[in-house]
Design a binder for this molecule. Structure first.
Ligand SMILES: [Zn+2]
Length: 235
């Protein structure tokens, strides 16, 4: 005799949870892509140099691509005025392919056509003239309006403590802001500023640890100040 499973009236019926219209992922389930949400989710990852912005961005890229099976695009500014295939690489050895762009052309329309889920902009503060010919703020708005999630990462301030307008604008409009802090090279406290060792030059001068340090606000403003316990614990 073949046993059949019977469902009694007492068996609770599982109700389907209501779909959240702000759900930010288009998961691939059973081979079928779910409908895109009406508006994309904007995340901003910001902070000073040496705060782990690249690592955080790469983590999000890997989660989206490998974890959630999402279609993604990654863009970096092109300082050499040419198109190039690049990689974003963290100190831990994580890496992701990225495209360096000068002109945006039809990329937004192509991404909508290709059902891209998430777009990442690395070093987004540099997506402006003369490195980039386009309105990055409008581009991001257009992508969000098409239901594409956007993750922007970059420096929130220059070495003089002036906010970069692009990331300040995006942080204000973002659904989520992840402000990272580094470690002050003088006192070891959490740092939010980028200190330029030469103390001179323009707003943008590409360099690494030979030129910049991450510092707390006190040691950024007064480089050689010796911290007393009062100053240390009072701030
Ligand atoms: Zn310090």
């Amino acid at each position: 005799m073949i046993e059949t499973m019977t469902v009694t009236k007492e068996t609770p019926v599982e109700s389907t949870p209501a779909t959240d219209p702000q759900q930010t992922v288009s998961l691939v389930e059973g081979g079928e892509r779910q409908p895109k949400p009406p508006y994309g989710h904007l995340s901003v990852v910001c902070g000073p140099m040496f705060a782990g912005k690249t690592t955080e961005t790469l983590k999000r890229i890997l989660w989206a691509k490998n974890g959630r099976g999402q279609s993604i695009r990654v863009y970096k500014p092109a300082f050499d005025q040419r198109y190039a295939r690049l990689q974003i690489v963290s100190h831990e050895g994580l890496a992701a392919d990225a495209e360096a762009v000068v002109d945006w052309d039809n990329r937004s329309a192509d991404m909508i056509e290709d059902s891209i889920d998430v777009v990442f902009f690395d070093e987004v503060q540099f997506f402006e003239s003369p490195n980039f010919r386009g309105d990055i703020l409008q581009i991001v708005e257009d992508l969000l309006g098409a239901g594409i999630d956007v993750v922007c990462s970059g420096l929130d301030m220059d070495w003089q403590g002036k906010p970069f307008p692009i990331i300040a604008h995006m942080a204000a409009k973002a659904d989520e802001v992840h402000k990272l802090r580094g470690v002050c090279t003088v006192c070891g406290r959490p740092s939010t500023k980028t200190y330029k060792k030469t103390g001179s030059g323009g707003q943008i001068e590409i360099g690494g640890a030979e030129l910049y340090e991450s510092r707390c606000t006190i040691h950024w403003a007064v480089p050689d100040l010796e911290l007393t316990p009062d100053l240390f614990y009072g701030r």
